[in-house]
Design a protein around this ligand. Structure first.
Ligand SMILES: [Zn+2]
Length: 347
């Protein structure tokens, strides 16, 4: 599944977790924005806990049987509990089909951590560990546990067997149950510094690293995702040109500019970011995704009503939900642009 090593911006926080676990702490909740590598951090910590030469170092040795088993994804004392939909979409993203849909994929598999998963976990942790060392349970994302699953977890969180460590990961800590939070040591994982994240992306051959990073809200893993809402640069420029025209954009210009095979998902994502930027500029004077477009957004602010912008964004969400199988890509993208102009002209 994921890489195992903590990412370069996590070294400090990784050292802090090591110190934390030296105390009698048996549950840690790592929380922070999505796409910054919290799962990698949790897995790296798990590998260190399960390293059979651990007392010698703050890092896993990478050579003992424990490390080998973790690396192979088959350590019997490492339990990773995630929604089926996430497991499936990760598997799809790592095969060669190029269908990496990220967290949005996953067909009909459950997006929740189900009570059955927690029950079978609770049963298995009552047995002695397979390798006689600690046992590590990674739960990601913690907010995807439904209430019955949370309640089942609380029982084991209260009194876990000796040597059991829970590492919970949450992108939305406000959506986790207070009863779960209160039993964990909370560790906030911040967004990495922009320069460091951009350098990391560039090392991985990601083009337009800084711009992609901005578009991904500062989350490097989202920015690095293959096909993450990326439009070819020329199309992106062309579409931004259309959006800038606002009320002056004509149907003929739209029809001429949208190619037959316009990527619907990437187009919706660009339009959504435009709408969000407009609202943010309108309400708070800030621009998150398109800092170069402040002048155009200011021009729109006098004409486009925030409520209309919200309705347009709601339409985009509906298109996005069916973006994988539009009947006609060109029509779908044209429709979004025409309804953009309409929403500006409506009073
Ligand atoms: Zn080891």
């Amino acid at each position: 599944m994921a890489r195992l090593k903590a990412l370069p911006w996590q070294h400090q926080i990784r050292a802090w977790i090591v110190q934390l676990l030296a105390r009698p702490v048996h549950a840690v909740l790592l929380h922070g924005p999505a796409g910054i590598g919290k799962l990698d951090l949790a897995l790296d910590t798990a590998e260190w806990l399960l390293c059979e030469r651990r007392p010698r170092s703050e890092n896993a040795c990478g050579q003992c049987a424990g490390c080998m088993l973790v690396g192979a994804g088959s350590h019997p004392d490492l339990h990773i509990v995630r929604p089926d939909a996430l497991v499936e979409s990760d598997a799809a993203a790592s095969d060669d089909s190029g269908r990496g849909e990220g967290a949005e994929g996953g067909g009909r598999a459950s997006r929740e951590i189900r009570i059955e998963q927690v029950r079978s976990l609770a049963e298995s942790i009552m047995l002695t560990t397979h390798r006689g060392g600690p046992r590590v349970i990674v739960i990601e994302p913690a907010e995807s546990m439904n209430t019955p699953a949370c309640n089942a977890l609380l029982k084991v969180l209260e009194e876990p067997p000796a040597g059991t460590v829970f590492l919970l990961v949450s992108h939305r800590i406000d959506q986790t149950l207070p009863t779960v939070r209160s039993r964990c040591a909370l560790v906030r994982v911040p967004l990495p510094p922009t320069a460091q994240a951009a350098a990391w992306l560039e090392e991985r051959g990601v083009e337009r690293a800084r711009q992609r990073l901005i578009e991904a809200g500062g989350s490097p893993l989202l920015a690095a995702q293959v096909g993450h809402d990326a439009l070819p640069a020329d199309l992106r420029g062309r579409f931004l040109g259309l959006l800038r025209k606002g009320a002056g954009l004509t149907p003929a210009e739209v029809v001429a500019a949208v190619p037959r095979e316009a990527p619907v998902g990437g187009s919706v994502a660009l339009f959504q970011r435009w709408g969000w930027d407009f609202l943010a500029f309108n309400l708070a004077g800030t621009v998150r995704y398109h800092p170069d477009e402040v002048a155009a957004l200011r021009g729109l602010a006098g004409r486009w009503r925030a409520l209309r912008a919200c309705s347009w964004l709601a339409e985009l969400r509906a298109v996005r939900a069916s973006a994988d199988h539009p009947l006609n890509a060109k029509l779908a993208v044209e429709g979004m642009l025409l309804s953009y102009v309409q929403s500006i002209n409506e009073t």
